[in-house]
Design a protein around this ligand. Structure first.
Ligand SMILES: Cc1cc2nc3c(=O)[nH]c(=O)nc-3n(C[C@H](O)[C@H](O)[C@H](O)COP(=O)(O)O)c2cc1C
Length: 252
């Protein structure tokens, strides 16, 4: 139930991991949202994208021509989700990195948001100036998009480049905040609780900072994306991880 109290901010969290509640990325996302909620009155709705009925975009371009932004597919969950996004102050997309991009379910979901983009009429806005390449229809300047993504690799450079370029083109550089977490599966599954709590605390702090400033500075983002383990420790931990997985002693 969405509050009518205008002081209360609205957050929609879209969990794009097919692993639903087991998503390790969601550990970070929840910590961030807890931080947000500690700094502003917040109503949060968590949605597992995998459980939504989302028909793939048909490519008919009706939303860009005949229907003024309305999708002609009206027998699935997308219209409802779109209106939640339109009413939200914070849209938080949380998903694992799959083949250096977003998981398939998130791509199907994103394609269906074409109706939120301006009709392409040859424009090429400058993404370096924070403009969406096409432009965004009915843009709500105060709405913030946060993308939280985790991966198995130890670095975030290169590995996340194609994903970030995609978001740069869609939203414009600087018009969204990307929180990138390497080595996360191992971190969540192999560390002592204290270490994990300490790790998650920094995302909670970042959430509170984001609520206050509406953005995160470069240094904070860099700190959030630091790999929790050194390369050699990570290799050892990965060896243990795969060994336990093979023996069926660990279920993620
Ligand atoms: C199909 C698939 C593709 C993946 N591709 C990548 C990848 O390109 N780079 C990477 O570092 N990790 C990759 N991973 C690992 C996941 O991104 C990583 O385990 C993630 O933290 C899982 O998050 P989740 O628990 O929220 O789903 C992939 C995993 C799967 C299942």
């Amino acid at each position: 139930m969405i509050s009518e109290n205008s002081n209360v901010k609205r957050a929609v969290v879209l969990n794009g991991s097919p692993r639903r509640g087991n998503s390790v990325t969601m550990n970070v996302t929840r910590a961030f949202v807890d931080g947000l909620a500690s700094a502003v009155p917040l109503e949060t709705e968590y949605i597992d994208v995998i459980d939504l009925k989302i028909t793939p975009c048909r490519g008919c371009l009706s939303c860009w021509s005949r229907t003024e932004g309305r999708c002609v597919i009206d027998n699935d969950d997308m219209n409802g989700i779109k209106s939640k996004i339109e009413q939200a102050d914070y849209v938080i997309e949380s998903f694992p990195l799959y083949f250096f991009g977003m998981p398939g379910i998130m791509k199907v979901f994103t394609d269906r948001l074409l109706s939120m983009m301006s009709t392409y009429e040859g424009q090429r806005h400058n993404i370096e100036d924070g403009q969406s390449l096409h432009g965004i229809r009915n843009k709500k300047p105060d709405r913030k998009l946060v993308v939280v993504s985790s991966c198995a690799q130890t670095i975030t450079d290169t590995v996340f480049d194609s994903l970030l370029m995609q978001y740069d083109c869609i939203c414009g550089k600087g018009n969204y905040t990307a929180i990138l977490c390497p080595q996360l599966m191992t971190m969540v599954n192999s560390s002592e609780k204290l270490r994990l709590d300490r790790y998650l605390k920094k995302f909670q702090k970042a959430g509170a900072k984001f609520a206050a400033d509406g953005k995160l500075d470069e240094e904070t983002l860099k700190n959030l994306s630091m790999p929790p383990f050194s390369d050699s420790t990570y290799k050892t931990l990965l060896g243990i991880f795969w060994d336990k997985m093979k023996k069926g002693e660990l279920h993620v």
